[in-house]
Design a protein around this ligand. Structure first.
Ligand code: NAD
Ligand code: DAU
Length: 337
């Protein structure tokens, strides 16, 4: 297949491109605006293969999207481009609505108008809202009750996708995944922030009482799921991807501190996130039965490998911290085009 991957310079997108190169024969184009979260260093080596090329552009820009769609006839779109950090959406939601809602609309219309035969919309478990301590994990038919502006913008994009399936009969699959962790994750998110701060003996801020629970999934398990959804997903269906491994934030922080032999005194409780979701857990039996998907990475092994990755990639961490990574496109890639 020829695949257009939006948001492919971000955390999950870049791991997905690497996964596709290593495990399939697919080719394609990465289409990414390179916001603060996009980093071409994440794709290091992937663009040398000539199976994937890179185009800088925004999913909100109809002209750019039409131009790239006209470049080649894509069989599929995997749409990951989004604003993704909950805390940023609480400070200002405009960009979230623009990218996540309007950007998804532009991608859907372009896919429809250019005869793309399959559209995978990468959504999130946050669209369901949160669970009480004794509630059953979310199934795909759970109502959407988003809590944060980020989650609301993703829920709106899911509704748009569903309206295009019904109205225009386009072949879309929606995936809703739990919290990912692994290499190349921007250190504003919980696990990489804890690792990078612990490496430098800086404070590890825990929001509220730290007892909020998340279902942590290694990014490679998510990427495998996305490929299965692309290749085997039933048109119009939604698939949850979750590991079934729930842990509280404080448990994760303590486990990282112990594995890194850092001081537990670095952990500090700070003011809670407004509207903070208490618990996420996903029922993944549909993905198991219809796609043949299984989470494979054990959390302890995955965390250990992630700690090693961050400690072996101090240049990447440093470039992210100093902002140097934002010059990579202009300095190295753009000049080659
Ligand atoms: P990320 O923030 O690391 O990367 C987002 C990418 O999208 C960046 O490369 C950025 O430059 C690009 N982008 C942003 N706005 C754009 C625009 N207007 N046009 C083109 N590109 C744009 O995000 P991530 O964690 O890799 O998440 C990818 C997708 O997966 C998102 O849709 C997110 O909602 C979803 N998701 C993430 C998680 C998670 O735990 N990280 C879990 C479930 C679902
Ligand atoms: O569930 C999937 C979602 O997971 C994705 O859709 C989002 O894009 C992704 O950002 C993530 O959202 P969360 O809000 O769950 O992830 P985050 O890494 O921001 O926070 C994880 C938990 O850790 C959450 O309960 C808040 C808490 N936290 C976070 C930070 C950054 C802290 O206690 N301290 C922190 O400094």
């Amino acid at each position: 297949m020829k695949i257009l991957i939006t948001g492919g310079a971000g955390f999950i997108g870049s791991n997905l491109v690497r996964w596709i190169l290593d495990n399939t024969q697919h080719t394609g184009v990465v289409f990414d605006a390179l916001t603060y979260a996009g980093n071409l260093e994440n794709l290091g080596g992937c663009l040398d293969s000539h199976r994937f090329t890179f185009v800088r552009g925004s999913v909100t820009d109809r002209e750019s999207v039409s131009r790239v769609m006209a470049l080649q006839r894509f069989d599929a779109v995997i749409h990951l481009a989004a604003e993704t950090h909950v805390d940023r959406s609480i400070i200002s939601a405009d960009q979230f609505v623009s990218t996540n809602v309007m950007g998804t609309l532009v991608m859907l219309e372009s896919a429809r108008d250019n005869g793309v035969t399959r559209f995978v919309h990468v959504s999130t478990d946050e669209v369901y809202g949160d669970l009480g301590e004794f509630d059953f994990p979310f199934t795909e038919s759970h109502p959407l009750r988003p809590s944060s502006p980020y989650a609301a913008s993703k829920a709106a994009s899911d509704h748009l996708v569903q309206s295009f399936i019904r109205t225009f009969n386009i072949d879309c699959v929606i995936t809703r995944c739990s919290n990912n962790y692994g290499p190349f994750q921007f250190p504003e998110k919980f696990i990489p922030l804890m690792i990078v701060n612990a490496m430098e003996a800086r404070t590890l801020p825990i929001y509220g009482d730290g007892k909020q629970r998340r279902d942590w999934l290694h990014v490679n398990d998510h990427c495998r799921g996305l490929l299965l959804a692309l290749e085997r997903g039933m048109p119009g269906e939604v698939y949850n991807f979750g590991s079934g491994h729930e842990a509280s934030n404080i448990e994760i922080a303590q486990s990282l501190v112990a594995q890194m032999a850092a001081s537990a005194e670095l952990i500090k409780y700070v003011a809670d996130r407004p509207g903070h979701d208490r618990r996420y857990a996903l029922n993944n039996s549909k993905a198991k039965s219809q796609l043949g998907w299984e989470p494979e990475v054990d959390i302890e092994d995955g965390l250990r490998a992630t700690i090693s990755w961050y400690s072996e990639h101090s240049k990447w961490c440093n470039n992210v911290r100093t902002g140097e990574y934002r010059l990579y496109y202009e300095r190295q890639y753009h000049e080659e085009l």
